[in-house]
Design a protein around this ligand. Structure first.
Ligand code: BG6
Length: 476
């Protein structure tokens, strides 16, 4: 749709950016923090471990000051479960509470609203040993963790996100280093979707608890949503795209918003004897969540074709990364989209698909939305003059912000934009060399160097974007 005039971004639009605890903090076993599954996993080859990351734990004041300099209205970060409850259940680590309390206060001092992700890929290792999300008790573990957070930070944190990218945990857990399959499991699909069910119940209960304990606060989910295109207008390809959309996207939002299982996914699971078991009270709990908004991560769209002809022969299933699915026998086959360029790390770039995704989500759910991740991973270079000329990142972000404005003009309710990431951090499986931040951190994969912070060109550009409330997207 071509608009005669574009609507402005809402006056209180939340400009900011995101990080996650295990990727940015470091100090991974300091001040009483227990290990998380990320600390005990096998570190992906040729990439840094997570002991120091970019040392945000010790340098958060400097980092928040830089975010304030850019004009951030919001900072999305996650709370490490094993920093505040080292064993996952039981004793609370006061040093951990103190750290997040100080971080929140520091944000508020600079008029930056803290947007807290409750769980971002880092199950306490102690709970991993007890089966992680596979254990039905995980629902209560998570709820207890939620209660501790609401009690300690709820006076100052008014916006919460439940589980980061639950769909990615379910679809490609091994890529992120999070999937625990108990020994002797016969039906792996059933096991994975049972874990997913526990997360869905935990999420719904946490949203209800938030509303009960903190009536002024708002809470929502944070899945990774990529609209799926059919490779062609062949009707079978359209069905394949609906299948992939259902298992990748709508399962998570239909449940978070309406408390119901998506019918396409449910039928597929039933056919594989993999439909999750409901415990008493689950059906009611799932309907009790009622998110106030939807947070979602968007990197690109996906494209697929029909797999009907050779369902039994699908050679490849699973995924290369969060954004690159190979396929699922009988449902779809992932293909490359010939119309889209890709990043240095092979992720397709699709700003127009961003608008399409937002439109689709809004017409399905009619809730306000905040973008909780979007960004470009690249090999940035610090030049002699202490600058990072990341014009490619500016270009990427500009094109995506333009599409949000178009979506706003289409009538979609957008609350804010938090690209990934505020500052360089360790990627999920490709190390620090895959940089996303507005702030460059002086370290290499294995050489910690000075850890000094540098403002990238995108830093100055984003500052201007925020100051103009998204109307000035021109180069510096
Ligand atoms: C999302 C995650 O999947 O994508 C982040 O929520 C992650 O934790 C981001 O870092 C970028 O992915 P990657 O694999 O490049 O780090």
């Amino acid at each position: 749709m071509l608009h005669k005039t574009l609507k402005l971004f809402p006056r209180d639009f939340l400009w900011g950016a995101s990080t996650s605890a295990y990727q940015v903090e470091g100090a991974n076993l300091e001040d009483g923090k227990g290990p998380s599954c990320q600390d005990v996993k096998e570190v992906p080859r040729d990439t840094s471990d997570l002991t120091v990351c970019v040392d945000h734990y010790h340098r958060y004041k400097e980092d928040i000051a830089l975010m304030a300099e850019m004009g951030f209205k919001v900072y999305r970060f996650s709370i490490s479960w094993s920093r505040i409850i080292p064993g996952g259940t039981g004793e609370v680590n006061l040093k951990g509470i103190e750290f997040y309390s100080n971080l929140i206060d520091e944000c508020l001092k600079h008029n930056i609203e803290p947007l807290v992700t409750m769980f971002h890929f880092d199950m306490p290792a102690a709970l991993d040993k007890r089966g992680s999300w596979s254990n039905r008790e995980s629902v209560d573990w998570f709820l207890n963790f939620a209660k501790v957070m609401f009690e300690n930070f709820g006076d100052r944190v008014k916006s919460w996100l439940t589980i980061n990218e639950q769909n990615i945990l379910t679809l490609v857990g091994p890529v992120i280093g999070t999937l625990t399959i108990p020994e002797g499991t016969e039906n792996e699909l059933k096991e994975i979707y049972q874990q997913n069910h526990h997360m869905l119940v935990a999420q719904a209960k946490a949203m209800a608890l938030c509303h009960e304990m903190l009536p002024d606060a708002k809470i929502g989910p944070a899945p990774n949503i990529s609209l799926v295109y059919p490779e062609s207008c062949k009707p079978e390809d359209v069905i394949a795209a609906q299948n992939f959309n259902a298992i990748r996207n709508w399962l998570y939002l239909d449940m978070a918003v309406y408390g119901i299982y998506n019918n396409i996914v449910w039928s597929w699971l039933e056919e594989h004897d993999a439909a999750p078991d409901f415990a008493e009270g689950d059906a009611e709990a799932l309907k009790s969540g009622h998110p106030d908004f939807i947070g979602f991560n968007y990197y690109n769209t996906a494209t697929c074709k029909s797999d009907d002809e050779d369902a039994a022969k699908t050679a490849e299933t699973g995924a290369f990364s969060q954004q690159e699915n190979k396929g699922e026998a009988g449902l779809f086959k992932g293909v490359k989209n010939p119309h889209l360029p890709a990043t240095e790390f092979g992720w397709e770039i699709d700003p127009t698909g961003f608008r399409a995704t937002i439109r689709e989500m809004y017409s399905r759910y009619h809730l306000p939305m905040i973008v909780t991740e979007n960004g470009l991973g690249a090999y940035d270079k610090l030049t002699e003059d202490g600058r990072v000329h990341d014009s490619y990142r500016i270009e990427y972000l500009r094109k995506h912000i333009e599409q949000i404005r178009l979506a706003v003009s289409d009538g979609c309710e957008m609350m804010g934009y938090c690209p990934w990431s505020a500052i360089d951090l360790i990627s999920t499986h490709e190390g620090i060399v895959k940089r996303y931040g507005f702030i460059y951190v002086d370290r290499d994969e294995f050489d910690l160097k000075t850890l000094d912070r540098y403002r990238k060109d995108s830093f100055y550009w984003y500052k201007k974007v925020i100051a103009s409330n998204g109307t000035d997207l021109t180069d510096n």
